[in-house]
Structure formats: C-alpha cells, structure tokens
Design a binder for this molecule. Structure first.
Ligand code: ADP
Ligand code: ZN
Length: 293
C-alpha cells in the first residue's frame, strides 16, 4: 500500500508516505501563508507520486474546516484569522496535485483515529482524544466514528467552572473561562510568566490547571458516556503525572454519579506521541481508498 498522509499544523506540515502501520518516508515543511504552503506540499507529494504512484491521500488539518461534503467549500479552511489561510482549499489543492481519492478531517480527529487503531484506545468504540498543547482540542469518537455536525466539535473551548481562588484571566481571546484559556501550554506560561516546560512540578499553578482539565473531562463523560479519555499533546506528553491527577480529580467531580466510574476515571496517556497525527492522516487515506473501492 502506498498512501500519503499530511498532518497540517499551525507551525509545521508533516508529510508521511506508507501505510497506517508503517511510515516509510517523511518530510517536514514550515507552514507559512496558505497558498505558498499548499504549493510546497503539493510539490513534495508530486515528487513522491512520480517515483511511484500514490493510491490515496489523507489530511489531518488544523481548523476550522468545512467537513460537509455537500457544501461547495468542502475541505476548505473556514473563517480563520491565521494570515493567508482564510478560505484556503486544502483538500482541493492537494487532491488536484495527485488526482487520487482523498479525505480530510481535523488534526485531533486524526490523532484520535490513530490512538484508537494503534495506541491508547485500541478496542474502544466510544472515546475522546484530548490534546493539551498550544491549544486544547478534542477528537470525539462515538460508535466508532468521529462526530461531525454543523461543524466539527470545538470542545476545547468548553466553559469550565474555575477552581476556587483561581483568578487567572485566561488566554482565550473569545472566552474568559474556557478550558483552552485556562489550561493550554500558553495558559501555563501566562500563569507563571515563564516557558511552560520550565515550570516546576510543585508550582501552585498545577492544581487549577488540573482542576480545569478535570472539569472538561467530567463534562465529556456526562455528555457522551465515553469508555475512555486519551490525553496527549505537548503538555501531557512531557508530564505524564498529570494524567493520574486528572483521573482522580475527574472521578471526584462526578461524585459517584456514573455507575461505570469509581474513584479513578478511565483517563489514560496517549501512546503514539508525535506520530499520532501522521498515522491518523494515513488512516484517512486508507478510508478514502476503501470508500472508492
Ligand atoms: P501543538 O499543540 O502546537 O501541536 P504540542 O502538542 O507539541 O504542539 O504542544 C506545544 C505546547 O506544549 C507548548 O505550549 C509548550 O509550551 C507546551 N509544552 C512543551 N513541553 C512542556 C512541558 N515539559 N511542560 C509543560 N508544557 C510543555
Ligand atoms: Zn475559548
């Protein structure tokens, strides 16, 4: 199988060639404005395609994305303030370069699919992947499928009840009290006025960050009755101890209400690390191939 996967992030575009099980070649490109970046990605894909044809392409991209295939702007980035990306036709530009089946979804959905197939949620049909990184994003898998409705869910911006005494202003420009604003990497930096990776494990900022993440997780369990929540992203991947704290705190907030959750909520660390997005993109490529067959 010769598939191409693209993880399109805010800073880097990670391209992978191979299958979801095995990546045989990789390429990383810097993300600048939309048109320039898409031309460079298309050039790289074409180069691989000329060596040996690529059968399908999968894209796991930052959003917001139009994922309704009935809309004229299907596969475009919709209404972003990111310079040069508003309305960018990501799917169309890259599909035209290869002329093969292609599928696009959000970056967090890609990571969720990969964790579900090869990582921390193998065997789960109902689970949520949460990335805690530059932003907070959630990939919601219900009945084995990613949730998409009017838009893909943006549950990283769930409003959360603050821990008592937490007076941090938050970093989200849209909301005062949302999860991303209170607990993302930039929120951790702003709370401490130092780079997030330099914050000591015993800093007093961790309890309100853990509490906010537990608020988000308890809302997910109440809303979706998920079997499991998988936590990933730069903050969690570098500080696995947070997962235990969040798991116990979440259960405490649920107060025994959900019969399947005892004193520790089913929350685990992601297993695929930085590869999750690319492997998720390759899973999307595989799905594109299958749906054409
Ligand atoms: P992105 O969300 O852009 O895809 P990552 O998932 O790698 O990227 O997350 C990057 C974020 O993780 C940054 O805000 C960074 O400060 C934060 N981060 C990286 N290392 C640590 C660490 N050791 N502790 C806390 N935060 C960290
Ligand atoms: Zn917000």
């Amino acid at each position: 199988m010769r598939l191409a996967g693209l993880e399109l992030g805010g800073t880097n575009a990670n391209l992978a060639l191979g299958s979801p099980r095995e990546i045989v070649e990789r390429c990383r490109l810097a993300v600048t404005d939309g048109p320039d970046t898409l031309v460079r990605i298309a050039d790289q894909l074409r180069q691989w395609h000329e060596q040996q044809p690529i059968e399908a392409l999968g894209i796991a991209s930052f959003g917001p994305l139009q994922l309704d295939s009935g809309q004229a702007d299907y596969g475009h980035i919709v209404s972003t303030v990111k310079p040069g990306w508003d309305g960018a036709d990501v799917l169309g530009a890259l599909q035209r370069a290869l002329n093969c089946p292609a599928k696009i979804h959000t970056d967090v959905t890609g990571a969720a699919l990969a964790e579900g197939a090869y990582g921390a949620a193998i065997g789960c049909h109902d689970f949520v992947y949460i990335t805690v990184g530059t932003g907070i994003g959630m990939g919601l898998i219900v009945g084995g499928k990613p949730v998409v409705a009017s838009l893909h869910p943006e549950a990283g911006h769930l409003r959360v009840r603050r821990m008592e005494g937490d007076r941090f202003g938050g970093v989200c420009t849209y909301h005062e009290d949302c999860l991303e604003g209170l607990a993302s990497g930039p929120a951790i930096s702003a709370r401490t006025r130092q780079p997030a990776h330099e914050v000591a494990d015993d800093s007093p900022i961790w309890p309100p960050v853990i509490d906010a993440l537990a608020e988000g997780c308890s809302s997910i369990f109440l809303t979706l009755a998920s079997e499991r929540i998988v936590l990933g992203g730069g903050v969690i991947n570098q500080r696995h101890w947070l997962v235990e704290e969040i798991a116990f705190r979440t259960a405490a907030k649920l107060g025994g209400y959900l019969p399947y959750i005892g004193e520790r909520a089913p929350i685990v660390a992601a297993r695929l690390g930085a590869d999750a997005g690319q492997r998720g993109a390759l899973i999307l490529a595989h799905q594109a191939l299958q749906s054409r067959a």
